[in-house]
Design a protein around this ligand. Sequence first.
Ligand code: AMP
Ligand code: ZN
Length: 112
Amino acid sequence: MDCLFCKIAAGEIPSNKIYEDDRVLAFYDIDPQAPVHFLVIPKTHIKCADDLNEENAGIVAHVYAVIAKIAAELGLSKGYRIVNNCGEDGGQTVGHLHFHVLAGRSLAWPPG
Ligand code: AMP
Ligand code: ZN
């Protein structure tokens, strides 16, 4: 499958890696929107939140646990935002489930 994040997960395309285990990979976003901006992806291909179900959604809990661990390691004690864009109107540009973590500045609400 021609999927950018599958290729990054497989190490076929390089990334600025923060964390990796058998199920997820975290790496810095190539076009950061905040002083700290990284992505956490499942290694298995899931297109977007629409494709989560009772069988595969456990990966989301693991992603959140990994985010908490990375946030502590990076010292993000002032807070951060986790963003998961789904579909065209959601602003998704890469069709492989991913969670943005943005930090290092006060973030506006609501998002645009
Ligand atoms: P989204 O718009 O929610 O689908 O987010 C996709 C994100 O992937 C964007 O923030 C891009 O900057 C980021 N991105 C695209 N290609 C790469 C890459 N090769 N390495 C790291 N981040 C990337
Ligand atoms: Zn993929």
